[in-house]
Design a protein around this ligand. Structure first.
Ligand SMILES: C[S@@+](CC[C@H](N)C(=O)[O-])C[C@H]1O[C@@H](n2cnc3c(N)ncnc32)[C@H](O)[C@@H]1O
Length: 245
């Protein structure tokens, strides 16, 4: 992995002059600017560069205002009781779910611990400044969510979690974005899952919503209060006594 000119400094990641030098040095992934978007790509592969684009692309399709309320995630969040409703996304990733929640009117606080994804999110957000969507999104500095219990001050309408889960389907059907995430992010073990769920449930929120593949076991083997099932994913909702009513 290496950074091209124009990419932010990432701890421990060397810089290369250009893509040709990256190829010569056998660098697998480069972070640089493509069409003024901070992007990650593999010089030796054909796959399209990865970037965060809150305003267009595939994300835009799902963000159409009349579609958003039909999204299962928005249904899982349920009725807003106290406005303005804040949601904390502790596993922001590429910001797709955060953007959906923002488009549905929630003020979303995003947490991400993977430095490249965090840099892509920050870049996507910077390009969206001035739009209503961006005014609903706040990215916290790079951090592991498990270290933020004392920092994240509620009340929140919900805390959202979408931790990595090993795919059952190893075929070409696994989407390119998911491949990038798999390449960049480790899968949590049970201890980490327990810590993440416990931390989420310790926050001042009405509910914790966890996104899982439809047939996956519940996060940290803790059974949810109820679930909303779709074709491929499931949203587990926790409204236990430890969660604000
Ligand atoms: C499956 S992806 C989330 C995708 C996201 N929901 C989206 O819409 O793009 C999981 C993300 O959570 C992040 N993550 C996992 N554990 C974390 C933690 N303890 N603190 C912060 N981020 C975490 C990973 O780095 C990864 O980017």
């Amino acid at each position: 992995m290496a950074c091209l000119p124009g990419a932010p400094d990432l701890q421990g990641v060397p810089h290369v002059e250009d893509v040709a030098s990256a190829r010569e040095q056998g660098v697998e992934l480069v972070l640089g600017r493509v069409d003024d978007r901070l992007s990650l790509w593999a010089p030796a592969r054909k796959a399209a560069p990865l970037c965060v684009d809150f305003l267009g692309g595939r994300q835009g399709y799902r963000l159409a205002a009349d579609r958003v309320r039909h999204e299962r995630l928005i249904k899982a969040l349920g009725k807003v009781v106290d406005a303005p409703a804040r949601v904390c996304d502790l596993t922001a990733g590429l910001g797709r779910d955060s953007a959906l929640m923002a488009q549905a009117g929630f003020q979303v606080l995003m947490v991400e611990r993977q430095p490249i994804l965090h840099a892509l999110l920050a870049d996507g957000l910077a390009r969206a400044v001035g739009t209503p969507l961006a005014s609903h999104l706040t990215l916290l500095p790079l951090a592991d969510a498990r270290d933020l219990a004392a920092v994240l001050e509620g009340p929140f309408h919900a805390v959202f979690l979408d931790p990595m889960f090993p795919p059952r389907d190893k075929s070409a059907a696994v989407k390119q974005d998911l491949r990038w995430l798999q390449q960049l992010c480790p899968y949590p073990d049970e201890v980490e899952e327990q810590a993440l769920l416990a931390m989420a449930r310790s926050l001042d929120a009405r509910k914790v919503v966890v996104k899982r593949p439809r047939r996956a076991p519940p996060l940290a083997a803790v059974v949810a209060s109820h679930s909303l099932e779709g074709k491929t994913v499931r949203f587990d909702v926790y409204t236990s006594p430890s969660v604000r009513k």
